[in-house]
Every structure is written in C-alpha cells, then in structure tokens.
Write a protein that binds this ligand. Structure first.
Ligand SMILES: [Zn+2]
Length: 238
C-alpha cells in the first residue's frame, strides 16, 4: 500500500489525529468528547487544545500529569516544559509506539480513511459544508452503531452531492417542525400538555425547572435546525 504522504500531510490536522489515537484533549478546561474531520470545515475549532505531553517520559524520564504543558496546534505539538515542538508523524509514532510507515496509515485513518490517500487515488472531495456534533444531535443523526457519521455522509456525498445536501436540509426541516410542536405542547408550565410531564415523572422526581430547561433546549435546537436549512439551501442553489 503506497500512500500519497504529501497530500495526506497537507490535509492532516494534529488535533483530529491526536483525538483519533486516543490522546486526551482539553479545551476551555474541559475534556474534549468528540472531534473528527466533520469539525474541520468549521471555526468551532478555534479553541486551544491542551494535552498530556507524549514525549515527556522519553525526554524527561517521567510521565506528564498536567494537561497544561503541551498544546496541540493544527500542524504540530508543542511542549513548553522542555520537549519542544514535534510534527504530526512524530507525535503519532511516539504516542502509539509504531514505526513511521504505520504512523502514516494511522494519520490517514484519522483523516477519513486510507483509501482516500492512496498514491494513485483521487484527492478526497469532502463536502464543503458538514455538520458539527451538536448539529448532528439536533438532527438526531448521530449514529449509534459506532460508524463515524462523516464516513457514511462522505459516501453519500461522493455518490450525489445533490442528495447529500437535500438529505440534510429535509431532515433539518422535519426536525424543526418536530421541535416547534414539542415547544408548543410542553415548553412551558402552562403549555397544553405540560401536565403530562408531571404525571410521567411523578411528584417525587418532578422539578418545575424542567420546563425552563426544555424551553431552552428546544429553542436552541430550533435555532440550529433553522441555521442548517438556511445554509444548506444556499449551498444547493449556489
Ligand atoms: Zn514534554
């Protein structure tokens, strides 16, 4: 198997790769729970990503226990506590304890699959617009079987761009409608079906604050769906 290393390393993003190989990433003081190539086309990745330095043990003889020494940038990883800067392949080989050949395969897997980076293969034709994790949740598209959504969506996109955009737009319209109904029925204390929630939960578990939370979450999802409809509609007709 011969990989197009140049093209791969142009596309590769150290943060996506680090997450893929199981390095713990922290952004805004919180553990990052999801990160894949569907995050790439978005500015959602403007946070600083911290991690435990994978080079500490070899360079300094002790493990790094503080995710405040080492930043993962798009193209390199930088340890301020003595290990310095390393590029993506060095990071992968160090963390996974693999030789370079296997390291490049791992990077290709993180970036959407080895088949996209074969030397005589076609350059990957990624959709310009993809869905952020919270958008996938709003559309209830997050797959439960473990297949990363971006891979199945990529397949659909390579078969038909029109179907890809329509599927997302239609789904967003459908869910927008659902959320609006839910908001009208349950979204406040005096909504017509609000008492059902009280009945369902029973008095001992019921908390009046639930309406406020429901309303907030539903409005957030309505906004997300409306944004998706607007952007994807423009994209289809562009
Ligand atoms: Zn270090």
């Amino acid at each position: 198997m011969h990989l197009d290393i140049k093209r791969l390393m142009q596309d590769a993003d150290a943060r996506i790769v680090a997450f893929h190989i199981g390095m713990k990433l922290f952004a805004n003081g919180r553990l990052v729970e999801s990160l894949d190539i569907s995050s790439l086309s978005y500015e959602a990745m403007d946070s600083t990503y911290w991690t435990y330095c994978p080079f500490h043990e070899r360079v300094q003889g002790k493990k790094d226990h503080h995710p405040s020494n080492c930043v993962v940038h798009p193209k390199n990883i930088m340890c301020f506590a003595g290990c310095g800067s390393h590029n993506i392949i060095e990071m992968v080989c160090e963390f996974c304890k693999v030789p370079k050949g296997r390291g490049y395969e791992i990077i290709a897997e993180a970036m959407g699959g080895v088949q996209l980076y074969l030397l005589d293969g076609k350059a990957p034709d990624y959709p310009k617009l993809t869905l952020k994790p919270e958008e996938q949740r709003a559309l209830m598209l997050s797959p439960s079987n473990g297949t990363p959504l971006h891979l199945s969506m990529y397949e659909l996109y390579s078969r038909s761009k029109r179907d890809y955009y329509s599927l997302i737009e239609d789904r967003a319209k459908e869910m927008l409608d659902e959320y609006q109904k839910l908001l009208a029925y349950y979204g406040s204390m005096d909504a017509p079906r609000a008492s059902m929630i009280y009945d369902l939960m029973g008095p001992q578990y019921f908390d009046g604050g639930i309406y406020e939370e429901l309303e907030k979450e539903l409005k957030e999802r309505i906004k997300t769906c409306a944004n998706i409809v607007q952007f994807f509609d423009k994209k289809k007709t562009a």
